[in-house]
Each structure stands twice: as structure tokens, then as C-alpha cells.
Design a binder for this molecule. Structure first.
Ligand code: ZN
Length: 46
């Protein structure tokens, strides 16, 4: 049995949040805001 091809996810990297400057685990390259700040939804300007 062959496993379906999966793009193995990138390892989580530690980034500093653009909002609170806190360090958080970013699971994808475009993630720049920590989950806590994201949850506030206030980081969206405009
Ligand atoms: Zn944050």
C-alpha cells in the first residue's frame, strides 16, 4: 500500500509577534501574529 503524497509540513519556527513582540510558534511562513493577538482580531487594520 502506498501512502498518498503529502507535503510534509514545515517545522514550526519561533517568531516574534508583530503585535505584542512576544515569541510564538509559527506553523506557516505567513504567520506573523501570535494566536493570542489573532484571537482579538484587532490586528486587522482597515
Ligand atoms: Zn501577539
Amino acid at each position: 500500500m502506498k501512502k498518498p503524497e503529502v507535503t510534509h509540513p514545515q517545522d514550526a519556527v519561533i517568531r516574534s509577534c508583530l503585535k505584542c513582540r512576544d515569541h510564538f510558534e509559527s506553523t506557516w511562513p505567513g504567520e506573523r501574529i501570535c494566536k493570542r493577538c489573532k484571537s482579538t482580531a484587532a490586528w486587522r487594520e482597515g
